[in-house]
Design a protein around this ligand. Structure first.
Ligand code: BV8
Length: 228
C-alpha cells in the first residue's frame, strides 16, 4: 500500500503555529506578496528577515502534536507491512521531523535552514538572521536568505512528488486550504488517474469537492482517528 500524504499549516495549528488563511492567520496579518517573494526580499530584506525570525522563534517554542505523532505511527506501520508513506509537506516548520518522521519532503523549503544567494550554500540555522549575517562559507554579507520557497519560485522535489503521486494507492490531504499551487492541484491529478482521495481538515477546503471521502475536525483528533 503506497500512501501519499500532503500536509499544510492546519496540522501544526494545535502546536500553536498560525495558519495562513484562517482568521488571525499569518497572511491575514501580513501581505505574502510583501513578505514571501524574492522581490520583497530584494526591496525590504530587514522586514523579511524580521518576519522569518519571528516565525523561527515560534517554531522553536512549539512542539509536535498528536497529529504529527499519528503520522509517525502510520509511517512505521506501513513500512512494517511492506508499504510506504510519502509524506509531502507545504509547511516550513520541523514538527514532522521532531515528532520522529523519518522521511519528510518539504516542497516549500525549511524555515530552520538558510541559504546564501552568493555561493548557494545551505545550512541549518535556528537563530535570527539579518542583512549583516555573513555567509559562513563565502563570507559575503547581505546574501543570506531563509531556505524557503517564495511565491513565484519553483517548489522543491517536484519530480519525486510526481512519481509518488503516480504510484499512490490513496491520496490524503491534511490541514490545507487547497489555495496554493502546484500543491493544490495534486488532488485533481490523482483523481484523473482513478486514485482514491481523502481530505482531513477542520472544515471543507477550497478543493473539498474533489475528495471521495473526508474527515472534519481538529487534526489532533481527526488524524489519530484516521490512522489508528
Ligand atoms: C510556482 C513558504 C511556478 C514560505 C509558501 C499569481 C501570481 C504569482 C503566482 C501565482 C499566481 N497564481 C497562481 C500562482 C502560483 C502561486 C500560487 O499558488 N498562488 C496562490 C496564492 C494563488 N504558487 C507559487 O508561486 C508557487 N510556485 O507556482 O512556481 C511553477 C510551478 C510548478 C512547476 C514549475 C514552476 C510557490 C508557492 C509556495 C509559496 N510558499 N510557503 C513561507 O511559509 O513563508 S506558501 C504557504 O501557503 C505555505 O507553504 C502554506 O503551507 C501554503 C498553503 O497554505 P496551507 O498550508 O493550506 O495553509 P492555510 O492557512 O491556507 O490553510 C490551513 C488549513 O488548515 C485550512 O483549510 C484550515 O481549515 C485548516 N485548519 C486550521 N486549523 C486546523 C485545521 N485543520 C485541522 N486541524 C486544525 N486544528
Amino acid at each position: 500500500m503506497n500512501l501519499f500524504v500532503l500536509t499544510g499549516a492546519g496540522i501544526s495549528a494545535e502546536s500553536g503555529l498560525g495558519t495562513f488563511r484562517d482568521p488571525g492567520g499569518l497572511w491575514r496579518r501580513f501581505d505574502p506578496m510583501r513578505l514571501a517573494t524574492p522581490e520583497a526580499f530584494a526591496a525590504e530584506p530587514d522586514e523579511v528577515h524580521a518576519f522569518y525570525n519571528l516565525r523561527r522563534r515560534g517554531v522553536r517554542e512549539a512542539a509536535p502534536n498528536a497529529a504529527h505523532a499519528a503520522l509517525v505511527r502510520l509511517e512505521a506501520g506501513l513500512a512494517a507491512r511492506g508499504g510506504h508513506l510519502f509524506l509531502c509537506t507545504q509547511n516550513v516548520d520541523d514538527l514532522h521531523e521532531r515528532a520522529g518522521a523519518r522521511a519528510v519532503t518539504h516542497m516549500h523549503g525549511e524555515l530552520m535552514r538558510v541559504r546564501c544567494t552568493a555561493c548557494g550554500e545551505g545550512r541549518p540555522w535556528p537563530e535570527d538572521l539579518s542583512v549583516e549575517t555573513a555567509c559562513p562559507s563565502c563570507g559575503r554579507r547581505g546574501g543570506m536568505r531563509p531556505d524557503v520557497v517564495w511565491f513565484g519560485e519553483v517548489p522543491l522535489h517536484l519530480d519525486a512528488i510526481a512519481d509518488a503521486l503516480d504510484e499512490a494507492d490513496l491520496f490524503v490531504a491534511i490541514g490545507t486550504s487547497g489555495a496554493v499551487y502546484p500543491a493544490a492541484g495534486f488532488v485533481a491529478r490523482v483523481r484523473g488517474a482513478g486514485i482514491p482521495t481523502h481530505e482531513i481538515n477542520l472544515a471543507p477546503s477550497d478543493t473539498a469537492g474533489l475528495f471521495d471521502a473526508a474527515t472534519y475536525g481538529p487534526a489532533t483528533r481527526a488524524v489519530p482517528a484516521f490512522v489508528d
